[in-house]
Design a protein around this ligand. Structure first.
Ligand code: FMN
Length: 140
């Protein structure tokens, strides 16, 4: 089992509709390819986790890299893992757009801010910690 984590900057602002469209295609494609994962988004940034067979994950990642809906793609981790974190989810989406003020404040205190949104971590342990936090809040 291989896992890739990356962060990217959206081309334009991410609204609910854009996010929904991306998730919809991802779920269809990932079902075909046996990929699972999660996608976290703020208004400006994406943080994605992809898991599956190494060749398939690499291939999907390289199509994602060519997608004009985002840029400045930073690879955070690409490695084999023993256990899937997202095995139930073809692509689980967490849009951190309209969280309640208290949750938003808490996450900003913990992770910091970028462009007025919650800062999405650029290192593996930070990214995994954020996934655990948003999973607990489940804003989707
Ligand atoms: C932020 C973001 C996340 C994406 N996640 C996935 C994904 O998990 N799986 C997937 O197949 N495509 C994903 N896509 C869409 C791909 O970039 C691409 O449009 C899709 O794989 C079709 O590629 P193709 O036209 O080369 O067949 C994502 C796109 C963006 C912008």
């Amino acid at each position: 089992m291989h896992r890739i984590i990356y962060k990217s900057t959206a081309e334009g602002e991410i609204d609910k509709e854009t996010f929904r469209d991306i998730l919809y295609t991802s779920v269809q494609m990932n079902r075909k390819h046996g990929i699972t994962g999660a996608l976290i988004a703020t208004r400006k940034y994406y943080l994605q986790f992809l898991e599956g067979e190494p060749e398939v994950v690499e291939k999907t990642y390289s199509s994602i890299c060519k997608d004009s809906r985002h840029k400045d793609i930073k690879l955070i981790a690409s490695r084999s893992v023993r256990k899937a974190l997202f095995s139930q989810w073809r692509m689980r989406g967490f849009g951190l757009f309209d969280l309640n003020l208290q949750t938003e404040k808490r996450l900003k205190e913990k992770y910091g801010e970028e462009d007025g949104s919650i800062y999405l971590p650029e290192d593996e342990s930070g990214a995994l910690a954020m996934f655990e936090d948003v999973e607990m809040i489940d804003p989707s």
